[in-house]
Design a protein around this ligand. Structure first.
Ligand SMILES: [Zn+2]
Length: 248
């Protein structure tokens, strides 16, 4: 049985700490953007580090790495060498994950999938997606489709607490979407209590994340109205939504 703890960093980042209750005292850390909160957490709970996963090279996901590996020697897994998926095993926790290339936000962006959960970094957020820094709209769209095709019950652990703002944007695009309305209500309650709104799940994202709903007539119509263009394909709809969100 797996346990996931979010270690908050900066304003909105979550550094995920993964453990397996069958193997107490050992953990995997995902995206250590800062060292002090991770080192404090490991020390306080008397934990050993078995591996570090890095979803992409941005500083707020990697900034703590150099200092952490001075204190703990463990393998660090980042983007696969090729464009192919790679298997990663963490024998100390009896876990294995598939590293899946998902370029777009950055070219090196990687998801780690296994045990009915996925770490999506800054590619798929609850209710949204990351900005385009290095890739093309088509690449980010395809990467989101890759994640959307994972089993529906897969739990989604992303890198930032952006859920409330994302769902507000979603409701602007798709005001009649009752799944967004009800999730936003829950998320507002959680945020008022300063609680984490994650994980989400693939099925929740399919229902509430407009960036995964570019083929829906209501989403297409909203994007066409906003842009004043006729949008021929879902990736055109995605391009308009992504640009629209930048100014939201
Ligand atoms: Zn990033």
């Amino acid at each position: 049985m797996l346990k996931l703890i979010p270690i908050p960093a900066f304003e909105t980042n979550y550094i995920w700490c993964l453990s397996n209750v069958i193997y107490p005292g050992k953990v995997v850390i995902v995206d250590p953007g800062a060292a002090p909160p991770v080192l404090n957490y490991l020390k306080t709970h008397k934990l050993e580090l078995s591996a570090i996963f890095i979803t992409h090279h941005h500083k707020d996901h990697t900034g703590g790495l150099a200092e952490i590996v001075q204190h703990y020697s463990c393998p660090v897994y980042a983007s696969p060498d090729s464009a192919n998926q790679e298997m990663i095993s963490v024998p100390e926790l009896d876990l294995s994950f598939t590293a899946i290339p998902i370029p777009g936000h950055t070219l090196d962006h990687t998801a780690f999938y296994g045990h009915e959960l996925v770490f999506t970094g800054d590619t798929l957020f609850a209710g949204g997606c990351g900005r385009l820094f290095e890739g093309t709209y088509q690449q980010l769209y395809d990467s989101l489709q890759t994640l959307a095709a994972l089993p529906k019950e897969t739990q989604v652990y992303c890198g930032h607490e952006y859920t409330e703002h994302n769902l507000q944007f979603g409701l602007t695009v798709e005001p009649e979407n009752k799944d967004i309305t009800s999730k936003l209500k829950l998320v507002k309650f959680l945020r008022a209590e300063q609680q984490c709104t994650l994980p989400s799940s693939i099925i929740e994202e399919l229902n509430t994340n407009v960036f995964l709903r570019c083929d829906q007539p209501a989403v297409k119509a909203a994007a066409e109205k906003y842009s004043g263009e006729r949008l021929e394909s879902p990736v055109d709809v995605f391009r308009v939504l992504r640009d629209w969100k930048n100014g939201f």
